[in-house]
Each structure stands twice: as structure tokens, then as C-alpha cells.
Design a protein around this ligand. Structure first.
Ligand code: IPM
Ligand code: MG
Length: 359
């Protein structure tokens, strides 16, 4: 059956990078991948066109799609919008929430060719392969009550950090299963020395552990985890954590790999429907210049093939093509170093496509 893919380029560099990823997707179609690709608006560009960062039409298309490929949303142009419900980010959060995409997979892999591009010593990061499993539809991002209101003559801002046992359990299972398929080590990150919600988090992880006897479960406070990520990152295999801690730790982990421009992500719901996006933002400072790194988005297509479309061979082929291009010494500006050749977004897309076809 033909499956639907929705491409949402978004804002800033989003359109440039998704254009390259779409070419790879088309190459997969030429090799028999049975999908129908549509485009839609989200984020600031959707706000400009429809006054809404997540127009009903986009949400309908997203619900009907097996997988969504998203570029990036946001930019200074829309930062002045005081109504948070109109901010571009709301388009992204609305998609996550409405589609129930609770399981966010953020791999941090240091390609050997890029160990020098990391801000950490190459020996600390060479061969790094971490999978951060971030809960994506709960926690303080969505907890109620929230707001800013007047109390006793001054304004008070408040959010609610809340997780139900069932929410913790379902992300826990994703993480345990992921660990079973990888190095069999799972580190659950919390702040159980201060926050009740994460005391519950830790309890639920402990309760699940006996069902996965081959996985070694450990716990770490989030402040220590941040430190350990930059001290000795190779100690980690799979990490599981809540929405906000995962947001922060995944940015830190991204930099270990040399550039956040390299990191794809998958956000999955219970039926395997998924949204795939680079971990980086819309980079408004370089938008429109044709210099952005399209590799995170191209690698997001690989994750889509693996997790939503059950096409692991095509996924491997894309990942191998990216490795080959890096071997050849081609780099976009963000990952350039001595002895490499700096190329544009489109030239990087050309090179990956050529390597993909040649494999
Ligand atoms: C991310 C981003 C988003 C988040 C923003 C854009 C809302 O930082 O995907 O990590 O905080 O989840
Ligand atoms: Mg983030």
C-alpha cells in the first residue's frame, strides 16, 4: 500500500535542507519505495500565510501521513509575538502533542571523520554512539496549570512538572527495548534528590527493570549527567529522560559529535507513525545563503525509513552514502577543518545522492 509522507520545510534554513533530503527520498522512490510525498506549511511561514503556526490543513495532512519530515521552525521575525500560541515553536509542539509522538530518539554519533570537529578532545569522542530517549509529549512542556498571572500585586510565572505512571512506563519501555538492541546499558536521568515527579520516574524505571534482565539499568541526577556527558561521554549507551532534561542534554550531546548539523531525530507514537527532523534549529543567521548542513535532515530520512517505513536496507544505504562523502573530505562550513573541502548545501546534497546511487 502506498504510504503518505508529509514534508514540512518550515522556516530559516528549513526549506534548503529539506530540499536536499527530498532528493534522497525521491532516489529511494526510484528504487521502489512506495510513498506519496506532499508538502505543507508549519511554524512562522504558516503563521505568515494563515495566522496560525499549525493550520488545520497541515494537522489533517500530518494525521494522514505515515511519516513527516520536518525542517526547522522559528526565527527572530516571530520572536516578538507575545502570544505563545502563535509562536512558530507551537507548530512543532502541537504536532508532537496531537499525533502523540511521545518517544523521541536522538542519536549522538561521532563519525570518525569528524572527531576533530568536536570541541572536545578527539580521544574523548571518537567512536561515540549514544542514544538519548526523550519523553516528548509530557512533563513541564505540557503540564497544567501554566501561565503568568497577577498575585498579591506582582506577576507570577508558573509551569507544572507532571508525569503519570503510564507516561513514564511507556517511554521506559521504548528505552529498555532500545538498550536491548544496542549495548544493553540504560541510564535513566532524573532529579530525584529534589523533585517528587522524578522520584516516581525512578521508581517506575526500577519496576520495569526485571522485565529486561539483559539490560543494566543505572540512574543519574541530571546535573551530574550534564557533567558526565562532557567529561567521559563514552560511558553512555542509551539514556532516558523527561521532556525538558532531554531537550537540554540532547543539545550538549549533539556538540560532542562535532556539529549539531549532523544529528537526526525520530519522534514516534504507539503505532509507529513518526516525525523526523534534524535536532538543530532554523539557523536564521545563515538562512538563504546555501551553506547550511543538510546531513542531519538527510540522516532523518534514514531514520524514517528504519522506524516508520520498515526499509532498513535503504536506511543503511543513506547512512553509508553520508559516511562515504565524509571520507571524501567534503564538508559544509559547520564541520570544516584543515584539509577538508568546504561545499554548499546543494553540493553536499549532490555528493550524497551520487554516493547513494554508486553504492
Ligand atoms: C527541540 C527544540 C524544541 C524543544 C523547541 C523548538 C520547541 O529545542 O526539538 O529540541 O524545546 O523541544
Ligand atoms: Mg532543543
Amino acid at each position: 500500500m502506498t504510504q503518505k509522507i508529509l514534508v514540512l520545510p518550515g522556516d530559516g534554513i528549513g526549506p534548503e535542507i529539506t530540499a536536499q533530503a527530498s532528493r534522497i527520498l525521491a532516489a529511494c522512490q526510484a528504487r521502489g519505495l512506495d510513498v506519496e510525498v506532499e508538502e505543507g506549511l508549519v511554524g512562522g511561514s504558516a503563521y505568515d500565510a494563515h495566522g496560525d503556526p499549525l493550520p488545520a490543513e497541515t494537522l489533517e495532512k500530518a494525521k494522514a501521513a505515515r511519516a513527516i519530515l520536518l525542517g526547522a521552525v522559528g526565527g527572530p521575525k516571530w520572536d516578538i509575538l507575545e502570544d505563545l500560541t502563535k509562536r512558530p515553536e507551537k507548530g512543532l509542539l502541537g504536532l508532537r502533542k496531537n499525533l502523540g509522538l511521545f518517544g523521541n530518539l536522538r542519536p549522538a554519533i561521532t563519525y570518525p571523520q569528524l572527531a576533530d570537529a568536536s570541541s572536545l578532545k578527539p580521544e574523548l569522542v571518537a567512536g561515540l554512539d549514544i542514544m538519548i530517549v526523550r519523553e516528548l509529549t509530557g512533563g513541564i512542556y505540557f503540564g497544567q496549570p501554566r501561565g503568568i498571572e497577577e498575585r498579591n500585586g506582582e506577576r507570577v510565572g508558573f509551569n507544572t512538572y507532571v508525569y503519570t505512571e503510564s507516561e513514564i512506563e511507556r517511554i521506559g519501555r521504548v528505552a529498555f527495548e532500545m538498550a536491548q538492541k544496542r549495548g544493553k546499558k540504560l541510564c535513566s536521568v532524573d532529579k530525584a534528590n529534589v523533585l517528587e515527579v522524578t522520584i516516581l520516574w525512578r521508581e517506575v524505571m526500577e519496576r520495569l527493570a526485571p522485565e529486561y534482565p539483559d539490560v543494566e539499568l543505572s540512574h543519574m541526577y541530571v546535573d551530574n549527567a550534564a557533567m558526565q556527558l562532557v567529561r567521559a561521554p563514552k560511558q553512555f549507551d542509551v539514556m532516558v529522560t523527561g521532556n525538558m532534561f532531554g531537550d537540554i542534554l540532547s543539545d550538549a550531546a549533539a556538540m560532542l559529535t562535532g556539529s549539531i548539523g549532523m544529528l537526526p531525530s525520530a519522534s514516534l507514537n504507539e503505532s509507529g507513525q513518526g516525525m523526523y527532523e534534524p535536532c538543530h534549529g532554523s539557523a536564521p543567521d545563515i538562512a538563504g545563503q546555501g551553506i547550511a548542513n543538510p546531513l542531519a535532515t538527510i540522516l532523518s530520512v534514514a531514520m524514517m525509513l528504519r522506524y516508520s517505513l520498515d526499509e532498513p536496507m535503504l536506511a543503511n544505504r543513506i547512512e553509508e552514502a553520508v559516511g562515504k562523502v565524509l571520507d571524501e573530505g567534503l564538508r559544509t562550513a559547520d564541520i570544516a577543518s584543515a584539509g577538508t573541502r568546504t561545499v554548499s548545501t546543494a553540493a553536499m546534497g549532490d555528493a550524497v545522492l551520487a554516493a547513494f546511487e554508486a553504492l
